[in-house]
Design a binder for this molecule. Structure first.
Ligand code: AMO
Length: 435
């Protein structure tokens, strides 16, 4: 089915040569060499050249050379082949309309050679996003999200939407944004954890959500956001966490594969994407600690890995040929209250890392309500605050598990982007609340 086009969004092909066509976009550049002017117009497809000849149409020539850069115009004119023009054709205008004037000076250049500071770029994100290399990130993001829907629906997961305004903290931690909810206190959800688990008691036994995470951690790092997105998933009737890990690695594989098909965008970003091989390596937490301590770390059993240790582990694993690896059998004390314990000290919790950065974490969950209450108490949480969640475990709850997989972390790894703020349109961090 052909998509609905607006009047101006023409993909110029050789079929248009010799015809009068209409185009519209932003003025990227104006080169006036006296008798002739070259105007580069940009739209979502790329750029094209408008060639204005003074002696042919003085009024139009004057109008075009006096418009400020980044103004929006529409042009009607003859499309003709030209070996000298950037795309092999040019448009000779016979009508020009200014749709919106850009003020001067611009807060940020679109095609300037000088690189601006990230802060300036984010302050002026609407202009930053006009750059083709920045747009490329979000076009790839769009593709990988499409791959998520495609793969998970094929595996019979249904997409759900759970509340973001909630009454008790979803991850049990203190890093929650509080807000006033009429007479009550509420929180912004750290994840859909409690709701996706409650859904496991309903018979909707495979669910996923493209979720918002709100985290009030005061960190200010290149890989943390205070508002981020994730693919969050839960599935019932599992044998153990291995069933969940299989879905996760296949999901990652499909997302990576879809990204590898974005040739145009990857070229713009000068990136190559190599689709990973399945299955991903599984390493037990105990072996990770041993391995790191053999490499001059001094980690106590039970500790969570810091970013430096994660990085070192990434290097060790890479030498062994593994860019992706699961860390499995975490100590129960290092995992949230809902994680299924195993034996005395361990759990059925895992992380998935890529090149030394955690990109997902998940587990088999506790489905027995008494054990869940024990774990809440052990984590110094009050079961009373979780009553509406616990209720769903009292009337038939199957064994289940799931994971949360950070979309911005994924993009950082996929495209080798150094700062996570580049991977979300309007980042929220410790100091940024606008735009
Ligand atoms: P966790 O807290 O480990 O697990 O989060 C899961 C994944 O989400 C991403 N992520 C973040 N990305 C950017 N900035 C942040 N502040 C941030 N916090 C998390 C990471 C991380 O691996 N409920 C569990 C998941 C589950 O067990 O289903 C959870 O939220 O990629």
């Amino acid at each position: 089915m052909e998509s609905l086009r607006t009047h101006y969004s023409i993909d110029v092909t050789s079929k248009e040569f010799g015809k009068i066509i209409s185009v519209a976009g932003w003025i990227e550049d104006i080169r006036n060499i006296g008798s002739i002017a070259f105007i580069i117009l940009r739209d979502r497809k790329g750029t094209l050249q408008i060639t204005a000849l003074k002696k042919q149409h003085k009024e139009i020539f004057d109008k075009l050379v006096n418009i400020s850069r980044e103004s929006v115009i529409s042009v009607e004119g003859l499309c003709q082949q030209s070996d000298k023009a950037r795309n092999g054709y040019e448009i000779i205008p016979n009508e020009v309309n200014i749709l919106s004037n850009a003020e001067t000076p611009l807060p940020l250049g679109v095609v300037d050679k000088i690189e601006s500071e990230l802060e300036t770029r984010l302050d002026n994100r609407f202009i930053d996003l006009r750059k083709q290399e920045i747009q490329a990130i979000f076009k790839i993001r769009n593709e990988i999200i499409a791959a998520v829907h495609e793969y998970l629906r094929k595996e019979h997961f249904i997409e759900v939407h759970t509340p973001n305004i909630i009454a008790s903290s979803s991850e049990g931690g203190t890093d929650v944004f509080k807000l006033k909810y009429f007479e009550k206190e509420a929180f912004l959800a750290q994840s859909p954890q409690l709701y996706k688990q409650m859904l496991m008691s309903t018979g909707l036994d495979r669910v996923y959500e493209i979720a918002w995470y709100f985290r009030a951690e005061e960190h200010n790092t290149r890989r943390h956001l205070n508002e981020s997105t994730a693919v969050d998933l839960e599935m019932a009737f599992i044998k153990d966490e291995e069933d969940v890990m299989k879905i996760l690695e296949n999901l990652v594989y499909n997302m990576w594969k879809r990204a590898s098909l974005c040739k145009e965008e990857l070229d713009i970003l000068n990136q190559k994407v190599t689709v990973p091989k399945l299955p991903f390596k599984r390493v037990k937490y105990d072996d990770v600690i041993d391995n790191l301590n053999k490499n001059n770390c001094n980690l106590q059993w039970g500790a969570d890995l810091g970013s430096e240790e994660e990085k070192l582990l990434g290097e060790i694993m890479k030498k062994q040929g593994h860019e992706f690896y699961f860390i499995t059998k975490y100590p129960i004390e290092a995992k949230p209250f809902y994680t299924m314990p195993e034996e005395e000290k361990y759990s059925r919790g895992f992380d998935l890392a890529c090149k030394g950065v955690e990109i997902a974490s998940g587990s088999q969950r506790i489905h027995d309500v008494d054990l869940l209450i024990n774990r809440l108490n052990a984590c110094n949480l009050n079961p009373k605050d979780f009553e509406s969640y616990l209720k769903a475990f009292r009337f038939g709850m199957p064994p289940h598990g799931g994971f949360g997989f950070g979309i911005e972390r994924f993009l950082m790894n996929l495209l080798d982007i150094k700062n996570i703020r580049e991977c979300i349109l309007f980042p929220r961090d410790r100091t940024r609340l606008t735009p």
